[in-house]
Design a protein around this ligand. Structure first.
Ligand SMILES: [Fe+2]
Length: 326
């Protein structure tokens, strides 16, 4: 492996400051889905039993975090940094989801803020995904992986997203990537809907270290990419393989796909008993959703933080009394 990333694997870092303000004032038009829904119904039998001991189980200490920086509170340990690959859905469930996400591809806008080709707010476009994110068995499974109770994220625009990677149709354009970034979300499950054999590139890479160190050495890390000693590649192989990432605390990126195509579904969740530790920031979301929509979304998020039980009742979200693995 070379010391510098090749052009095929080099990924820039997300912009900040004035660029975010400009994007917030001039957001892309909201994506709309198909006029009529043509997708199979969600079935609770699609939920798989997640492997309790996946190949990667990394705690926040493994990423250089000290005890006083961790999420959680007395009696609630919340320090899982990464875990996977796991299967949240059965093979049939993952294949059904793959077909649905492929069908939504024409509605996904291109944008160079974070993920180049991405459909946000998928719960509003897919009844299957909406039902999956509220299924008690699904929530039981994701809660069990992290060890805290999890529900669909109140920031619905950012909650479930589909990311599309593939060579650009116009060869003068850059291939879609995910730039190096931290998410606003604490609990992110990324599911690949492509077999690795179907594409070259498109690797989910992450920095196994503290964001403070990443920020200090940003130029070196982004230049070296996967060749950097502390940059690792998530072991996605088959349709349905899923990684948990504490997205708000682990820098990550996706390299360009040079052959074939790759689709991933990112499901972000919310811990109703640790809602005040949610790390979403207004100026992280506003460049995607625009100022007005972000203000409205923010109001809903803070209602859920202040009164989670009321929020769950109103949204018909099942409340799990305790994390199965906690
Ligand atoms: Fe991300």
């Amino acid at each position: 492996m070379t010391a510098q990333a090749s052009q095929e694997t080099r990924v820039a870092a997300i912009t900040t400051g004035l660029d975010r303000l400009k994007r917030s004032l001039h957001p892309d038009p909201r994506a709309t889905g198909p006029d009529a829904v043509h997708e199979p119904p969600w079935n609770s039998a699609y939920v798989a039993h997640a492997d309790p001991a996946p190949a990667i189980t990394a705690r926040m200490a493994d990423f250089g975090y000290s005890t006083d920086e961790l999420h959680g509170r007395a009696g609630i340990r919340d320090d899982l940094a990464m875990a996977g690959p796991i299967q949240l859905l059965t093979s049939d469930g993952a294949q059904a989801l793959r077909a649905i996400c492929r069908g939504l591809k024409p509605y996904a806008p291109h944008n160079d803020y974070v993920v180049s080709h991405r459909l946000r707010g998928v719960e509003a476009l897919s009844p299957f995904v909406h039902a999956m994110a509220r299924d008690p068995g699904f929530l039981h499974a994701v809660s069990g992986v992290v060890g805290v109770p999890l529900i669909p994220h109140p920031l619905r625009d950012a909650g479930v997203q589909i990311n599309y990677y593939g060579p650009p149709s116009d060869p003068t354009q850059a291939a879609p990537v995910a730039k190096w970034h931290l998410d606003g979300m604490n609990y992110v499950f990324t599911m690949t809907l492509s077999d690795h054999e179907e594409h070259a590139g498109g690797d989910y890479i992450y920095y196994r270290g503290h964001p403070r160190d990443f920020d200090t050495r940003r130029a070196e890390i982004t230049a070296k990419g996967p060749a950097h000693a502390q940059v690792h590649t998530a072991p996605f192989q088959h349709v349905g393989d899923t990684m948990f990432t504490r997205g708000s605390r682990v820098y990550h990126a996706v390299t360009p796909v040079t052959r074939g195509d790759r689709i991933t579904l990112a499901v972000s969740l919310f811990c109703p008993v640790l809602g005040r530790q949610d790390e979403n920031r207004f100026w992280h979301s506003a460049p995607d959703d625009g100022l007005l929509r972000t203000m409205n979304n923010w109001r809903k998020l803070h209602q859920a933080i202040r009164r989670p039980a009321t929020y769950c009742r109103r949204e018909r979200i099942p409340i799990l009394p305790i994390a199965p693995g906690g």
